[in-house]
Structures are given as C-alpha cells and as structure tokens.
Design a protein around this ligand. Sequence first.
Ligand code: MSP
Length: 506
Amino acid sequence: MTFPYYYITTPIYYVNDSPHIGHAYTTLACDVIARFKRLDGYRVKFLTGTDEHGQKIEQSARKANIEPKIFVDQLSLSFKNLLEVMNFSNDDFIRTTEERHVKFVEGIWEQMMDSDNIYLGKYSGWYAIRDEAFYSEQDIIDGKAPTGAEVKWVEEESYFFRLSQWQEKLLKFYEDNPDFIAPESRRNEVISFVKNGLKDISISRTSFSWGIKVPNDPKHVIYVWLDALFNYLSSLSNNIEDKNNYWPCDLHVIGKDILHFHAVYWPAFLMSIGEAPPKRIFAHGWWTNEGEKISKSLGNVIDPIKLVREVGVDYVRYFLLREIPFGNDGNYAQNNLISRVNAELVNNIGNLVNRVLKIIYRDCDGKIPTPNEFSEEDNKILQNSYKIVDKVRSEINKQELHKALASIISLGEMANGYIDKQAPWRLIGKDVDRLSTILYSLVECIRIIGILLQAFIPVSAKNILFNLGIKQNLVEEGIPLSYAESKHSIASGQLIPEPKALFSKL
Ligand code: MSP
C-alpha cells in the first residue's frame, strides 16, 4: 500500500532573541495544515527549527557576553519551549549548528563549486546585519535599507553564486508552475523583480567567523541564507527514503519579508545542483500591535507564551488564524480577541454543544437518541454538515485558513438557527420521536464541527468529541476526516458523559 506524503515547513527562526507572536503565527499556520493533512490520510513531515549562524547572531551573543554556541543553545531552547506551549505537532526540529546540517551544506558548496556555479571575486556594497541581506546603492533610502535596517559598507573578498544565469530558467519555472508562489499578488511581485534582471550574489563573508566554513578556504564563512535555506533538505539527509518521499517539498510557509530568498534564490540554488524546487511557497502578512509596527524598540512585542498563560492556548490559536485573511497584514487588538472568542467559540459553538448535550443527558437517559424520519429541515442541516467537509478541505489546500474557520463557524450558526426554530425543549415528554430526530441531527452536526476543529483547536475539539461519548483512545489518536461522512454517523444508544462547559467567557 502506498501512502500520500506531505512535507510542510516553517522558516527557521533566528535565535538572536526570544520568540514573539510573529514566530508563533507562522508555525501555527503550518501546524494546522499538518494536523489537517494527517487526519486526511497523509504521511506528514512537519519541520521547523532555528537559524543559528551569521553576523546578527554573533553580534547578539557578543552583546550578551556569551559564547555564540552557548548563546544559540539557550535561545534555541526557548523556541522549542514555544512549540510545547502552542501545542505544535512538528515531526522534526532542525538547528543549523547540528552536524547533519553542517555536513550537508559543505557537500552542497562542493557540488556548486564543481558545477561552476560559484566563483571567487570581490564584493563591495551595503550590508544590513538585521536583515542579513546585501543591498545595492539604488536600494538605499535615506541611508537605510528599504526595510529600515541600518546598513554598513562592506568591501571584501567573496565567493559569488551565478544567479544571473538563472533568470530565464526561473521565469520559465514560474510560468510552468502558476501555483508556485501564493498569494497571487506576491507571485506578480516576484516575477517583475526577476524580469528586471538578476545579479550574481555574494555567498561568503570574511569579516566574522560564526558560520559554516567554506570547504578548503576557511577564512570565508558561508552566507547565512545559503546555509539556512538548505535546512529544508538537510533535515531529510539522514534517510534516503525520506528524501524520496518528501522532496520536492509540498509547502514552505513564510512571512512576506523573506519571499525573495525563498522564491528567487532558493529555486536557483536547487536547480544549480540538479534538485527540483519546492511545489509551493505561501507568504503570509505581518501583525501589528494595536495599530503599531511590532518592534523591540517600541516595547510592544507580544509574547505568545504570556498570552497563552492569560487566555489559554486554543483561544490564541483560534484568534490568530480567524482574525485576518491568511496572506494579509493584520492588527492584534486585545478587544478583538475577546469579542471573537466570546461570540464565536463561547456563544456559538459552546452554546450549541451545551444546549444539545444537556437535553440528551437529562431527558434521554444520557444516550444518543435513535432518529426517526428526517424532515426536509433535518436533511438540510445534515447535508450541509457533510458538505462543509469538502469545502474546508479545499480551503486548507489553498491555505485559506481564515475561510476554513469561517466555514466551520457558519455551520455552528446554522445549527443554532435550526435548534431555535425546532425548539426541541418544547417536545420533551410530548413527542419523543421528533425530539430524538432533531437531537440526532444536531449531534451529527456537532460531530462534524468537532472533527473539523481538531486541526485548529485540538484541546477543545477533543473535548467536543469526548462529550459525544466517543471513546477516549479514538479521540486521542485523532478522528480521521473520512469519518465526517454519513456512513460513519454516530451510533444511537451511545452513552455520553455528563456535559461540561467547553469554553469559558473571556
Ligand atoms: N532566519 C530567517 C528565515 C530563514 S528560512 C530558511 C528569518 N528568521 S526570523 O526569525 O527573522 O523570522 C521568521 C519568520 O517570522 C518570518 O517568516 C517572518 O515573516 C515572521 N515574522 C516576524 N515578525 C512578524 C510579524 N510581526 N508578523 C508576522 N510574522 C512575522 O527570517
């Protein structure tokens, strides 16, 4: 039997500082997609990790008066800790200081050298340590990089990658693979950038030493972006099967600021060593905090760990993905978090589950009732529930995570409308047949909502499914998406536990 494989990655995070909400956001999006794909029958590899070399990190370590290796060991741990706090389900965590990565990158360098993609020259131009990026004279605005980062003039011997030779091949690749860069507007930006002409890029530095040494020329360290991008492959390098199954990667999720590295440099690097480029790169937008750019100097950095402590992990996960269309910029406002959670999770989903299960527990001997004949309205809510599964699947496959959540929430609204109209409480003790059919239809709808929410808010979704009396071990394993069909509908007579409130109001 062959399985479909799915490989998804986050960027690897610079360990110059503690993780903030932006880092949590990128990994969260990947986590939801990875969880969803697993439930949908894929063998998933979900990779994240830390980017630990380069001048920026060397500088931060020096500022903290700590040896770079000790410094990166400490900070890498704080990124690992975030994974647990946010309930992320990564299958691997790569650090660029690990031997499997260093050896791999050295091998890549040699391959690029042997295939004449690298030559020795001299670099003179601007360098922004914050961005770990080179800028030309035309890029500089008011003495700064276009990103606002400070720049320094650099003149040093450097190895170059012949990026200029890949311009036509890249354009052809974008044309042949219209889904390679998403969202669409980002794809257009990249294409016009490449059409404007590509220059060879400097890929080694001699003015500091914290990095992977250039094989046979150790006064050079390999440019941190060349080093870092290859994490997506070095993580597969210990096992040939992994490489065969997972490459080309299905999806790199990144922030919009690092799109050029991923959509221009990365496929060119890969083509230069005869490897296929990834299938898709999705660039998401940036968060601001109460309308302001998030920055350390403004003192408005949002600590995801603190936020989780304050409101709980599922509320943070829900809000971040629901609040802004994935791909757009968005603003974090505490009031919006509170009102969304209260309206959509507490009042909509929580209330629905509570209303239905309370009647079943109290008035139906705590057993899932046996339905009788379904009315047109019962059939409508049932059909809508099953149909939404395909809709959500297709939204996730396009990385429209906000839409997928909206679809699930809309099912909750529909069910609340149905319950108000059918008013099952009025049938208690009067019309058992009709009461049972209505409750059964609602339980099915709740079951589908629970299955679909597993990827987004795993703890709460499990609670929904437990509350329906589904066995604990099955819920813990994850209920596959294929169970969200009528042929797997819930068994009548199944006992439910005493219903407990799912969500508490903020
Ligand atoms: N180390 C590189 C990536 C190398 S990948 C081969 C890097 N690291 S980073 O730590 O600076 O940023 C990692 C990710 O966090 C990026 O995708 C970036 O867009 C994201 N975010 C940083 N701040 C953010 C916000 N304020 N909002 C949303 N995401 C942001 O770049």
